[in-house]
Design a protein around this ligand. Structure first.
Ligand SMILES: Cc1cc2nc3c(=O)[nH]c(=O)nc-3n(C[C@H](O)[C@H](O)[C@H](O)COP(=O)(O)O)c2cc1C
Length: 257
C-alpha cells in the first residue's frame, strides 16, 4: 500500500452509528484482531484480550447497560452551555445506534503486563502507558475494519461506567481491565471525510511557534464548530432512521428537520 492509499484509508474511516443486519464473516473478525495483534506497545507488553460478541441477547444486554450508564453523563451534559453539548448525549435516544451492529469486540487489557515497562514508567505512569497501548490496538482494529469494507464505532463509556456489570455479564476476571468496545458491521449509511485541522496550524518547525498558540476563545469556537457538525450528522442519521424530530433534553428546541 502506498502513502496515498494509506491516507485515503484514514480519511474514509468514519464513526458509524447504524448498521445493516448482515453478518460479518468470521475470517473478517480474525483479520481485525490480527491487525490489533501487530500494534506497538510499551515494553512490547501486548496487554490486549478481545471478547467477540455476536449473540443478540448479550448485545442487547450490553446496549441496556450502556443506556443506563449514560444517564448521569446525559444529565451533566444538559447543565452545559448548549452549543458545547455533545448532540448524542443531548438527545433522548431509545437505544444506542451501535445495538444494530452484528458484532461487538470488547477490548480488554491485563495490567499485570505493565511490568514489561521500564521500572520508573511502570511505577509512575503505568496506567497511562497501558491505556496508550490499548488505544493503539483499537485504532488498528478500526482501520482493519474499514479496509474490509466495514464500519465501526468506538464505544468508550463501556469501560469506566458499566465496568462491573459488564464484567459479571461476560465472565471477565477481576485482574482484567475493560478498555473500550468496538461495534462493527456493514454501515447503514455513508459519510464523507470530515475536515480536520489544517497541517500548518498544528505543525511547528524546530521549536514551538507561539504565534500558532490558539487563544481560549479560538479553542472554544473550534469545539462549537465540531458540535455543529456532529449535530448535522446526527440529524441526517435520525432522518434516515425515520425519526422526524430530535427530542431535546431541555425541551427548548422545536422541529429540527
Ligand atoms: C478515545 C476515543 C473515545 C471515543 N468514544 C466514543 C464513544 O463513546 N461514542 C461514540 O459514538 N464515539 C466515540 N468516539 C469516536 C469519536 O467521537 C470520533 O472518532 C470523532 O468524533 C471523529 O469522527 P470520525 O470517527 O467519524 O472521524 C471515540 C473516539 C476515541 C478516539
Amino acid at each position: 500500500m502506498d502513502i496515498e492509499n494509506f491516507i485515503d484509508l484514514l480519511k474514509s474511516r468514519r464513526s458509524i452509528r447504524a448498521y445493516k443486519p448482515d453478518p460479518i464473516p468470521d475470517e473478517y473478525i480474525q483479520k481485525i484482531i490480527e491487525a490489533a495483534r501487530w500494534a506497538p506497545s510499551g515494553g512490547d507488553a501486548q496487554p490486549w484480550e478481545f471478547i467477540v460478541i455476536k449473540r443478540k441477547e448479550i448485545k442487547d444486554k450490553i446496549a441496556d447497560l450502556f443506556m443506563e450508564s449514560i444517564k448521569p453523563l446525559r444529565q451533566a451534559e444538559l447543565t452545559r452551555e448548549k452549543e458545547l453539548r455533545i448532540p448524542a448525549l443531548e438527545i433522548e435516544m431509545p437505544e444506542p445506534g451501535f445495538k444494530s451492529a452484528p458484532v461487538f469486540i470488547l477490548l480488554c487489557g491485563d495490567a499485570r503486563t505493565n511490568e514489561a515497562f521500564p521500572l520508573t514508567v511502570y511505577q509512575k505512569w503505568g496506567t497511562e502507558v497501558f491505556i496508550s497501548n490499548l488505544a493503539g490496538a483499537f485504532l488498528c482494529m478500526q482501520l482493519a475494519a474499514k479496509s474490509l469494507g466495514l464500519g465501526s464505532q468506538w464505544v468508550s463509556s463501556s469501560g469506566s461506567l458499566m465496568e462491573n456489570k459488564l464484567k459479571e455479564l461476560l465472565n471477565i476476571p477481576e485482574k482484567i481491565k475493560i478498555y473500550d468496545m468496538m461495534a462493527v458491521g456493514y454501515p447503514a449509511y455513508q459519510l464523507g471525510p470530515r475536515s480536520p485541522r489544517k497541517i500548518d496550524e498544528m505543525t511547528h518547525s524546530e521549536r514551538y511557534d507561539r504565534s500558532k498558540l490558539r487563544t481560549d476563545q479560538q479553542i472554544k469556537e473550534f469545539i462549537i464548530n465540531l458540535r455543529e457538525r456532529d449535530r448535522e450528522e446526527m440529524e441526517g442519521l435520525m432522518r434516515r432512521s425515520g425519526q422526524k424530530k430530535l427530542k431535546n433534553g431541555n425541551q427548548d428546541e422545536g422541529e429540527n428537520n
